[in-house]
Write a protein that binds this ligand. Sequence first.
Ligand SMILES: *[C@@H]1O[C@H](CO)[C@@H](O)[C@H](O)[C@H]1NC(C)=O
Ligand SMILES: *[C@@H]1O[C@H](CO)[C@@H](O)[C@H](O)[C@H]1NC(C)=O
Ligand SMILES: *[C@@H]1O[C@H](CO)[C@@H](O)[C@H](O)[C@H]1NC(C)=O
Ligand SMILES: *[C@@H]1O[C@H](CO)[C@@H](O)[C@H](O)[C@H]1NC(C)=O
Ligand SMILES: *[C@@H]1O[C@H](CO)[C@@H](O)[C@H](O)[C@H]1NC(C)=O
Ligand SMILES: *[C@@H]1O[C@H](CO)[C@@H](O)[C@H](O)[C@H]1NC(C)=O
Ligand SMILES: *[C@@H]1O[C@H](CO)[C@@H](O)[C@H](O)[C@H]1NC(C)=O
Ligand SMILES: *[C@@H]1O[C@H](CO)[C@@H](O)[C@H](O)[C@H]1NC(C)=O
Length: 521
Amino acid sequence: MDSGTIFPLILINVFVHLLLPVEGTDYYGRFPSNFMWGLATSAHQIEGAWNASGKSEHIWDRFCHAGKCWKGDTGDVACDSFHKYMVDVQLLKKIGVTHYRFSLAWTRIIPNPLTGKVNQEGLNYYRQLIDELQRNNIIPLVTIFHWDLPQSLEDIGSWANDSLVGYYNHYADVVFKAYGDKVKHWITFNEPWVICWMGYGTGEYAPGIKEPATRPYKCAHTIIKSHAEAYHTYNDKYRNTQKGQVGITMNSDFMAPKDPHNKSHIEAATRAQQFNLGWFAHPIFKSGDYPDVMKNYVAKNSPQGTSRLPNFTAQEIARNNGSADFLGLNHYTTSLVEPLRRNDNVHVTGGYIDDQENILSHDPAWPGSGSTWLFVVPWGFRNLLNWIRTEYGNPQVIVTENGVTDNNGTVQDKHRVDYYRAYITEMLKAINEDKCNVTGYTAWSLMDNFEWSNGYHEKFGIHYINFSDPELKRVPKDSAIFFQKLITENGFPDPTQNNAAVCSQKIFISLVLIFLVYFLG
Ligand SMILES: *[C@@H]1O[C@H](CO)[C@@H](O)[C@H](O)[C@H]1NC(C)=O
Ligand SMILES: *[C@@H]1O[C@H](CO)[C@@H](O)[C@H](O)[C@H]1NC(C)=O
Ligand SMILES: *[C@@H]1O[C@H](CO)[C@@H](O)[C@H](O)[C@H]1NC(C)=O
Ligand SMILES: *[C@@H]1O[C@H](CO)[C@@H](O)[C@H](O)[C@H]1NC(C)=O
Ligand SMILES: *[C@@H]1O[C@H](CO)[C@@H](O)[C@H](O)[C@H]1NC(C)=O
Ligand SMILES: *[C@@H]1O[C@H](CO)[C@@H](O)[C@H](O)[C@H]1NC(C)=O
Ligand SMILES: *[C@@H]1O[C@H](CO)[C@@H](O)[C@H](O)[C@H]1NC(C)=O
Ligand SMILES: *[C@@H]1O[C@H](CO)[C@@H](O)[C@H](O)[C@H]1NC(C)=O
């Protein structure tokens, strides 16, 4: 071959490289330089050691011991992180995270909240974990309460009893004091919507109470007040010296109108968003009180002249309003919403769902997952982040959970890599294009773990664990490698940009080609 054929060959080769797409991505860019990247877990889902070192029983111990979780599964051992926390920290280090989100077990720290006595052994456990993280340059993001309510508090009426505001405030005070020198990001509650609706409305989650008309509303009311009091305790006693941030984590689907051109569908979707995210976010980030549409619709569906939605006093409204430094967001999926019509024959259970006068569905074209409720809808994430930006005046958002399940635990989890790539790309657009104030992201989850009522059947991890094997070895999945690269590059750099690696790769391949052509020619 002469140079007349070689030169075009080289050009073609370079061209191929320029056009080489990165799988599934249509948008490139980097995250802000101080973006927080992390992985998330919670105490009951990973620690095990359910009765060790003075820990008392909580509602999930009671619920699963009664056989109410998947095939008799319990969190008694889980990933045994109570003993293997140093292994976990090495996993985090290997991925290269800046942050680790984990939760504290109330029952380890204050086994009997009615007396309020602190259990030093329980306190020491988290101190060791925090110190180990610091030795490895990982910053803790701490959830104070992630669903594991002490059984003794359930027994006095749980979140329907106002005295839980005081018990929670004491617990928060103890942990601010104990760990606030090193912990600068506090999350008061994880997903109050799930606590109140799944625990006291449908009863699918612990403690399994099915009172959808009143209990979820009372539960939410007490949790919002508990959050606000803890926030003010931090302000009054610790903020000046510790200089941290206190937020709350809420879960929310994006609520999309089923027919985006139909006015009543658009109204229905807004109503659904307010009944879900707004239930908690409106009092804390907007007005101190529930959204008007929620007040109106609950009253409308309650006996004449009353409402099942409790009222905040003027003083409580003032305490709630603005009581968070950041909004923690757990987001997984999107729902389609249309209004319920009088003759729709679905008005059966009463309460929180019916009060909304909506029908929720999903598009059959959306890919599913290992969970019945989780459909893969990346564009909903960007829409939800923008809804938060416009509704609450662009508060600081930390995405504290996002992820997808399967039931087989495969380490070749291409579907999970695809999910993360697509969702994180939408978050990048929300930050770079729409100016949403998202400052961090912690993926759910560091490893397969105890998925509540679904036991070990639904797996969210980027590390695989064989729960039948007493060693409980953590094995990285392809998604772990994906995160390693994502965090190193702080985003999805444009592969056509002339960075050194791509450049030298192109030169190398071109040289090999030239050599081959000469040699064979
Ligand atoms: C803890 O629970 C296990 C069963 O899961 C039981 O065998 C053990 O005796 C209990 N330990 C304590 C200290 O109560
Ligand atoms: C609420 O808790 C207090 C203890 O703080 C208890 O005395 C009271 O009986 C509880 N209320 C109900 C309705 O259980
Ligand atoms: C809008 O949606 C409502 C409720 O689903 C329906 O009754 C109505 O016919 C729709 N209107 C149009 C113009 O499609
Ligand atoms: C709540 O806080 C916002 C922002 O600081 C303020 O504009 C609003 O007036 C407050 N509302 C109430 C009811 O205090
Ligand atoms: C809350 O206040 C409204 C009016 O401000 C009143 O109509 C309603 O009955 C009150 N609800 C409760 C549960 O006290
Ligand atoms: C984002 O939130 C942080 C913390 O509240 C704040 O300091 C910053 O100014 C906000 N950025 C924008 C662009 O609003
Ligand atoms: C495991 O489940 C995922 C998601 O359902 C699927 O994409 C994958 O093919 C399955 N892998 C194996 C090895 O069964
Ligand atoms: C899980 O561990 C058990 C016990 O060691 C073993 O019998 C089983 O083959 C393992 N399963 C897988 C999928 O490796």
